[in-house]
Design a binder for this molecule. Structure first.
Ligand code: DGL
Length: 258
């Protein structure tokens, strides 16, 4: 079975490229279209209704591009809108949720930390997940300001380092042994986070799991592309410079209105 239509991937901005990289690495023959809604970033402080409306707008765009499957490469959009998207459209959706399960299951101290947006931590879906791990203390921290700094290209700024110290120090003091990155922007902060955390604290994100799930859904329901390596397409609705830079200037990025 072949299906040469593209995989659509969207995020509130450039962070979901951390997920795109995993998908492209695992499935290099698949055509991919990445949509960065940076004009509306961050989604993390928006209401559920606003997040649903933006997720519908992004989905409509990707469906017009004939996508066979949509990856919601945003924890905030997944935890607030994926049920509505699945109800509204026939195309399969793959979402990203904070990797609480592997962290809680492997933690020796039974204390884990999660850094995510307010929208994710307040969502019913996230709270349903954490209820399953009553024996693990989960220290939740909203990453106020982090997404905006990443969107501005200020990953290494003193302000970023200061914010990370203020969010991570209480977790270190509380004796966490796992830090869950619950926002697709945050994997770009791993080098800075590693400088702050003691080496025994493991950092986990969900990128690889999402890529594997994408592969499974293609295998079971849709079919893989028959083409050889194809060129990914990137769209943004703001200045394309930061998106290009995060992709190490290897790909063309097109600025469009949406
Ligand atoms: N990258 C997103 C996430 O995974 C959203 C960040 C935001 O727009 O607040 O949650």
């Amino acid at each position: 079975m072949h299906n040469d239509q593209p995989i659509g991937i969207f995020d509130s901005g450039i962070g979901g490229t951390s997920i795109w990289k995993e998908i492209h690495h695992l499935l290099p023959n698949e055509k991919t279209i990445y949509l960065a809604d940076s004009k509306n970033a961050p989604y993390g402080q928006k209401s559920k209704e606003e997040i649903i409306a933006l997720s519908i707008k992004n989905t409509e765009f990707l469906l017009k591009m004939n996508c066979k499957l949509i990856v919601v490469a945003c924890n905030t959009a997944t935890t607030n809108a994926i049920e509505e998207l699945r109800d509204k459209y026939d195309v399969p959706f793959i979402g990203i949720e904070p990797a609480i399960k592997p962290a809680a299951s492997n933690s020796k101290t039974q204390i884990i930390g999660i850094l995510a947006t307010q929208g994710t931590l307040n969502s019913a879906l996230f709270n349903k997940t954490t209820e399953k791990y009553q024996n693990t203390k989960i220290i939740e921290q909203v990453g106020h300001g982090l997404v905006q700094l990443i969107e501005n290209g200020d990953i290494n700024s003193p302000e970023m380092i200061k914010l990370l110290h203020s969010y991570l120090t209480p977790m270190i003091e509380a004796n966490i042994d796992y830090l869950v990155l619950g926002c697709s922007h945050y994997p770009y902060l791993i080098p800075q986070i590693k400088k702050i955390l003691p080496p025994h604290i493991q950092i986990i994100d969900s990128g690889e799991a999402v890529a594997k799930q994408t592969q499974n859904i293609l295998r079971e329901k849709i079919g893989f592309s028959s083409s050889k390596k194809s060129k990914p397409i990137f769209y943004t609705n703001t200045d394309s410079k930061v998106l290009s830079e995060i992709l190490e200037n290897k790909y063309d990025v097109e600025k469009i209105e949406f």
